[in-house]
Design a protein around this ligand. Structure first.
Ligand code: ZN
Length: 403
């Protein structure tokens, strides 16, 4: 006789208010929310104390390898362009006493404790570091398995064709099994010198992605036609190689500069190739018009970008704060606008990473956080402490710290 299977377990979060609505229970079984606990299940109860329940968030663009988070304050020197910033990155990485894996883990743990359920992390691949950046972030991601899902981009921050050795390292990264995406950077601006000498950044990174079955996530800071021309090129290559749904463009300041018909036409081009965009809500001139883009079928995610690194002392890997920044950059006032910023942080990145949408309804992943608050707009403005963070039905953090 085979013994009976062990009883199923359910976790019942009592007295919580999904999105600030009426109080009720959220019940998680096997990582998913269910309408009621199965008969005979062992039920573990967690008291929500009337707190607001919100889906946890997705950081669609972060650089954990560059961070000095948790390290003593670093003073920055003036920098006048990507090459100067890149030189500063290398200097900082050499000066920091803490290995990249440890720094990345510290930052990613902090993000998870503040309610980040998944992230797409970029890590520099260049002769100055070899593959140590991606190895360090991959090591941190492995330690956080089950708490935060991590996609990893091999990012050629130093340029693919302007810096000898990067293309070979990207190929090594692609074959390593550690990365989900190959990156790219400003083919018509920063990397153009190499292009002029016969290099072909987009050709190189698309070929690697296709050969290894990886996605692409390309930084595009260039504005105006210098940014739009590569965007059209990326769209054409995406369609030609059948990589629809696998390609994203980060920042896309050239798109942020568009309005009216020009914006709609670019949005349609992106939607046709199913190319997603990410924005980091730096300012009113650089934040993407994410609602208009979404209306035209373009997936848009929100991200932290660099956190307390050589590029900027700002950033805190708190995606709720990033929603606040988006609302601040756009000078928003209306409730529905704040809700849209929250949704960008919650659903935008989830769509980008191909994760199921967390909406607190039965069938949704049991990924949520509890905060003391009234309603979504008020929470985005006031940024309350994350009292409890739940991942796949399990409490993973309390009061801003992993348990
Ligand atoms: Zn970036």
């Amino acid at each position: 006789m085979t013994p009976p299977p062990p009883p199923r377990t359910a976790t019942l979060f009592h007295d919580v208010r999904p999105f600030g609505g009426p109080a009720g229970d959220l019940i998680a079984v096997d990582g998913v929310l269910v309408p009621e606990a199965p008969a005979g299940a062992v039920v573990e109860r967690v008291d929500g104390g009337g707190r607001l329940a919100l889906p946890t968030l997705v950081d669609a663009h972060i650089h954990p390898d560059k961070t000095s988070w948790g390290e003593p304050w670093r003073s920055r020197r003036p920098a006048d362009g990507i090459a100067a910033y890149v030189a500063g990155d290398v200097e900082l990485a050499r000066a920091l006493p803490t290995p990249v894996g440890e720094r990345a883990l510290r930052l990613m743990s902090h993000a998870a404790a503040l309610g980040t359920r998944a992230m797409r992390a970029h890590a520099d691949v260049a002769p100055a570091y070899g593959l140590s950046g991606i190895e360090g972030v991959a090591e941190a991601a492995a330690k956080l398995a089950g708490i935060v899902d991590v996609e990893l981009v091999a990012f050629p921050q130093h340029g693919v064709v302007r810096t000898p050795g990067v293309a070979e390292l990207l190929a090594e990264a692609a074959a390593s099994g550690l990365v989900t995406h190959i990156g790219g950077i400003d083919p018509a601006g920063f990397d153009a010198e190499g292009e002029a000498a016969g290099g072909d950044q987009l050709g190189t990174v698309f070929a690697l992605a296709e050969r290894h079955g990886l996605g692409l996530d390309i930084h595009l800071h260039d504005r105006g036609e210098q940014g739009l021309a590569p965007l059209r090129d990326i769209a054409a290559r995406t369609r030609a190689l059948g990589l629809q749904g696998r390609v994203s463009v980060a920042h896309a300041f050239a798109v942020a500069g568009l309005s009216g018909r020009a914006l709609d036409e670019t949005a349609d081009l992106l939607a046709e190739a199913d190319i997603a965009l990410t924005t980091v809500a730096l300012s009113v001139t650089t934040i993407l018009p994410f609602r208009r883009l979404a209306e035209r079928g373009v997936r848009v995610g929100l991200g932290s970008d660099g956190v307390r690194d050589n590029w900027s002392p700002f950033g805190n890997a708190d995606m709720l704060h990033r929603a606040w920044l988006a609302a601040w950059a756009l000078d928003l006032r209306l409730d529905e606008e704040f809700e849209a910023c929250f949704r960008l942080a919650a659903d935008g990145g989830a769509a980008l990473l191909g994760l199921p949408r967390a909406d607190l309804r039965p069938g949704s992943p049991a990924d949520f956080m509890l905060v003391d608050g009234e309603c979504v707009p008020q929470v985005v403005v006031d940024l309350p402490r994350r009292d409890l963070v739940v991942r796949a039905g399990r409490v993973v953090a309390r009061d801003g710290r992993l348990v």
